[in-house]
Design a protein around this ligand. Sequence first.
Ligand code: FEO
Length: 173
Amino acid sequence: MIAKKVESALNQQIALEASSSQYYLAMASWAETQGLEGVAAFLYSHSDEERLHMLKLVKYVNERGGKALIPALKAQPQNFKSVQYVFEEVLTHEELVSAEINNLVEICLKEKDYTTQNFLQWYVSEQIEEEALSRRVLDKLKFIGNDKAGMYFFDRDLGSMSGGEVPIMKGTN
Ligand code: FEO
């Protein structure tokens, strides 16, 4: 049986993963309306990943005798000022998620819940990958600057990443 403190912290994480999924979905939809099909495909895929992160937590909480709480959906922004801004937001958001995962691990250690702490190691590794990926994308964008041809290739590259093996897709099963 899972401790109440751990259960409640995991439920907060469920809400955060759900809102991450919605946030990236809003970004994907915006990118699609801007004609950036590759960026959109990448972000749709990222949104799906976040939903899987949420689902994995839901199942874990229920399997451990707790009760997963499915959060309400919040309205998301409809417009974003630039692709650069979108990926800066992705990185900031992923850093927040990483901090929350670390808090969760800390709670597990305090509660001596080594099973959940072990379960969370997957999320710890996943966050390292996701932050690194966001930084790589931002580096590319800085390199491109305002170059339109550069943006064309950037969009194409991101599209091919979401069609093939996307680093953020690894290990979600
Ligand atoms: Fe599931 Fe990207 O945090």
